[in-house]
Write a protein that binds this ligand. Structure first.
Ligand SMILES: [Zn+2]
Length: 299
């Protein structure tokens, strides 16, 4: 352990406030975990343990038929195999009432509107590309869309007018001005699920007492929306640590692609069942020793 300084320590709390550090790993059981997940889980685990804090496991299982309970069981076996110790908090499927209540509160504030656009319609109507793809141009904002079967979007301009300017702190990137408007009005209630990732993860982190949200840098832009939701719903303010992602080495030197199971990196379950030493793997990840062809991208 002491040999590796690859993982940074949490920064001291502002104002000398001593707050227990609580981190979490929150996988969705719609595909096996791979090396990138292992890196993320070890990262969150170590940041909490380094200061005697707590590391939580939360199963994000509201993806309808894509969520497979047997995968959640495999996740627990994978984490134990890596030598991690965690407290498990309720899965998202047990928290639907809290999502509905938050959506109702935002609706009552006049901040949500129904949207019936399909993904293809959003792409066709978009006039800008934001950090998460085509920016929804607000097609349904001024339209009396039929709420039946609609998704519900947050009117970001209206919400920001209520909250005023917001900031949030990433332990690597420093203080950020929240710019949720860059990605357009986000969906908070999906057509096919009681909450989007943005709403569910923000509410869950607050309910679970997470003080340090660690996750891959691909979710950096999502934090602008989460910060806005925290302000609107009077939720406690955590800190964030967006870490670099494991990437597959590029063949032409133009930069790697995010690691994904479907591109041939063996799942943790396969490694575990093949008799590989999970604790040794975790040790390698801590020291940034990765298998051939895999490296750490930019944060
Ligand atoms: Zn729409």
């Amino acid at each position: 352990m002491a040999a590796s300084h690859a993982h940074p320590q949490p920064l001291p709390q502002a104002g000398g406030e001593k707050r227990e550090v609580v981190t979490r790993f929150a996988p969705s059981p719609n595909g096996p975990l791979h090396l990138g997940h292992a890196y993320s889980a070890v990262f969150a685990h170590d940041l909490a343990r380094a200061c005697g804090g707590r590391f939580l496991l939360r199963i994000e299982d509201i993806d309808g038929p894509r969520s497979r309970p047997e995968l959640a069981e495999a996740f627990r076996a994978d984490l134990a195999w890596l030598g991690l110790v965690w407290d498990e908090v309720p899965p998202q499927s047990a928290r639907l009432a809290s999502y509905a209540a938050a959506a109702e509160r935002l609706r009552a504030m006049g901040l949500l509107y129904p949207c019936t656009c399909t993904r293809a319609e959003v792409t066709a109507a978009a006039t800008a590309v934001g950090p998460e793809g085509p920016v929804y141009p607000g097609t349904c904002r001024a339209r009396a869309a039929n709420p039946a079967g609609a998704a519900w979007r947050l009117d970001v301009a209206k919400a920001l007018a209520l909250t005023g300017p917001l900031t949030w702190t990433d332990e690597l990137a420093g203080v950020q001005r929240a710019c949720p408007e860059l990605a357009g009005d986000p969906v908070l209630v999906r057509k096919d699920a009681p909450a989007s990732y943005h709403l569910a993860a923000t509410l869950d982190d607050a309910a679970d007492g997470v003080t340090l949200v660690t996750r891959g840098s691909d979710l950096f832009a999502a934090t602008h929306v989460h910060r806005l939701l925290q302000a609107l719903l009077d939720l406690p303010l955590p800190r964030w640590h967006h870490h670099a992602l494991l990437v597959e080495a590029a063949k032409n030197g133009t930069g790697g692609r995010k690691l994904a199971k479907r591109r041939g990196s063996p799942g943790l379950d396969e490694r575990r069942q093949a008799g590989e030493d999970g604790r040794a793997l975790a040790k390698d990840l801590r020291a940034h020793r990765f298998p051939a062809g895999i490296s750490l991208g930019r944060a």
